[in-house]
Design a protein around this ligand. Sequence first.
Ligand SMILES: Cc1cc2nc3c(=O)[nH]c(=O)nc-3n(C[C@H](O)[C@H](O)[C@H](O)COP(=O)(O)OP(=O)(O)OC[C@H]3O[C@@H](n4cnc5c(N)ncnc54)[C@H](O)[C@@H]3O)c2cc1C
Length: 646
Amino acid sequence: MTDFWNDGDPIADTAAPDGPIETRWERRKFSAKLVNPANRRKLTVIVVGTGLAGGSAAATLAEAGYHVKSYCYQDSPRRAHSIAAQGGINAAKNYRNDGDSIYRLFYDTVKGGDFRARESNVYRLASVSVNIIDQCVAQGVPFAREYGGLLDNRSFGGTQVSRTFYARGQTGQQLLLGAYQAMERQIGLGNIEMNARHEMLELIVVDGKARGIVVRDMVTGEITTEMADAVVLASGGYGNVFFLSTNAKGCNVTASWRAHRKGALFANPCYTQIHPTCIPESGTHQSKLTLMSESLRNDGRVWVPRAAGDSRKPGDIPEDERDYYLERIYPSFGNLVPRDIASRAAKNVCDEGRGVGPGGLGVYLDFADAIARLGQKAVEAKYGNLFEMYERITGENPYQVPMRIYPAVHYTMGGLWVDYDLQSTIPGLFVVGEANFSDHGANRLGASALMQGLGDGYFVLPTTLGNYLASGPYEKISPDHEEVVAARQAVEDRIAKFLSIDGDRTVDSFHRELGHIMWEYCGMERTEEGLTKAIGLIRALKDEFWQRVKVPGTGEQLNQNLEKAGRVADFFELGELMCIDALHRRESCGGHFRAESQTPDGEALRHDDEFAYAAAWEYFGADQKPTLHKEQLEFEYVHPSTRSYK
Ligand SMILES: Cc1cc2nc3c(=O)[nH]c(=O)nc-3n(C[C@H](O)[C@H](O)[C@H](O)COP(=O)(O)OP(=O)(O)OC[C@H]3O[C@@H](n4cnc5c(N)ncnc54)[C@H](O)[C@@H]3O)c2cc1C
C-alpha cells in the first residue's frame, strides 16, 4: 500500500494457449466454440466505434450473420478518427525480399515495445498482418503500386526492412473507406443498425456481464438504453487528455472510462506515444496539433545547428555547422529510429538551446538531399498531400525550406486490459483497436496501429466473440431491470449536475489547464517529484471544475459544451490515474521516460527484474485509491535486451 494506490492480486491471461507460438492462434481458433449460423441472427452485438477497429468488426460480425448495433459520435461512420492516418500499415509480406518474415515483424514489435507487450498477442498480430492486406486489396483499397504493378512498400521507424503498405499520405482514409463499404453493405441488408451522432455514456452490467449501453442522441438529447448479448468497445485512444495532440478533437476516453468505473481493469495508462514529427505549437490560441507522417523520415533528414542560439536561416547554415543528430547518435537506424527515441533526442537538442523556430522548440526535417537525388516530382508523388498540408498550416514551402517539426502527443498504448481473446475483465465486454492495451507494449512502432485495429476487427474478434456467445444463451434483459434503470438514471443525474453548476469557467479552459499539467509533468520526461505535484494539481483542478464549470444550454438539444463537459470530467480521473501509473513505474521504458532511470549517456534504463509486467488498475471510486494488479510478462522467444538502435 502507498499514499496513492493499493496492491492487489496478480492477474493472468488465461485465454492464451501455451505451446509453440507459431500455432497458438490456430489452436485457439480450433478450440473456440462456434455459433450455429441459424442461431447467429438471434444474437445482438453492440459495437461502439466505427473506426478501423469498430468498422471492420461490425462488418465482419454482420457478414457472419449476427445482428449488430453500431454507434459513433460523428455524423457518418466514415468520419471516425482513423481517417486521419497518413503513413501506412505494416504487413510481413516480404514483397521486397529484404529479409522480412512474420517472425521478424513479431521480433521488431516486441523489441520496439521495449519488452512490455505480451508475446502471444504480438505473434498473432504479425501473422494476421498478411491477411489484412489481401482483405483490403479485395475490397479495392488503392494501395500504392510500383511500376510493375506490385504493391509498393516503404520503411517506418524501428525496422530495417520495407514492410509498410500505403496509399499516398491517406492510408487511413482509404482503409476506412474499405471497412465502411463493407459496413454499408450490411447496413443495406438490415444486419447493421447504424446510429451516428449517438454517444455512449454508460455501460450496463447485469449479473457481472456486459449487457448494454446508455446512449445520448447528440442531436435531440434523447437518452435511451440499448441491450445486447455482448458489447464491443472500439472507441479509440485518449491522447486528448493532453488537450493538444494530433488526435481528432472529438477523441476521448468516456466509453472506456465508463467501463473502467464498472469494473473493467485499465492497463498501462501512462504509456503515451509522443510522435517526433509534428508541426510545432504556434501559440496559446491553438486547439490542435498536426502530424507530419513518419513516412517523411524515409527521405527527410533531421538536423539542428551545431551551435546553441544560432538564429540564421537554415539555408545560411553551412553543412559543417549542422548536426544531423539522429544519423550521428544512431548510425544504424539514423532518421528511422523509433518514435520514443527520436522524440527524446529532439527534446534534448532543444533543451541544449539548439532548437529552431519561434521559442526554440523545433528541429528541421530537410528534403533538400532527396529532391536533389530523386527530383521534386518523385518527392511530390510520395508525399505531395503532406507537403501541401504543411504549407497551408505554416505558410512555408517545404520544397524550398526545411520543415520544422517537434514532438507531440499522438497515440496511447494504454487502454482497457484484455486477455488473448480481447475480452476485458467484465465478461461479454470486448475491446478492440486503440481502446485496448494489447500488442504495443510501452512504445508502438509506426504503421502498426492500423494493422492492429484491422487485425482485431477482421480476424481476431469474430472468432473469440463467437466463442463467448456460444457459451450462452444469455437471458434477455428487460429495460426495466434495476441495473438498466440505475445506469440510465446515473447518466441523467450527471447531465443535470453539469447543467446546474452554472459557474464562470468554460469547459475548454479546464481542459487546456489539465492538458498543460499532463504535458508538463506526465509528458516526455517524468520525475517522482513532478508526478506527485501533478496529482495534487489535478485533484484541485477537478474540484474546481465541479464548482465552477459553465455549461450553457439544455440537455434536450445539440449541446457541444455538455458533450465536452462529460468527456473532460472523465479526463480528470484518467489523468490522475496516468500520473499514478507513471509514478509507480520507477523505470524508463518506451514512451515512459523517468528521469531518475537513465544510462550515463541519457538512454532509457529499464528494470526488468521489477517491472516486466502490465499494470492493470482497478477502480474503487473517484476519491478512493485504485488497486494495482500485475500481469507478469513472459519472454520465451524474444529475450529482453537493452534496446539499441546505434
Ligand atoms: C494524425 C494521425 C495519423 C496516424 N497515422 C497512422 C498511420 O499512418 N499508421 C498507423 O498504423 N497508425 C496511424 N495513426 C494511429 C491510428 O490512426 C489510430 O490508432 C487508429 O486509427 C485508431 O483506430 P480505432 O478504430 O481504434 O479508433 P478511432 O478511429 O479513433 O475510432 C473511434 C470510434 O469510436 C467512436 N466513439 C468513441 N467514443 C464513443 C462514445 N462514447 N460513443 C459512441 N462512439 C464513440 C468514434 O465516433 C469513432 O467512430 C495515426 C494517428 C493520428 C492521430
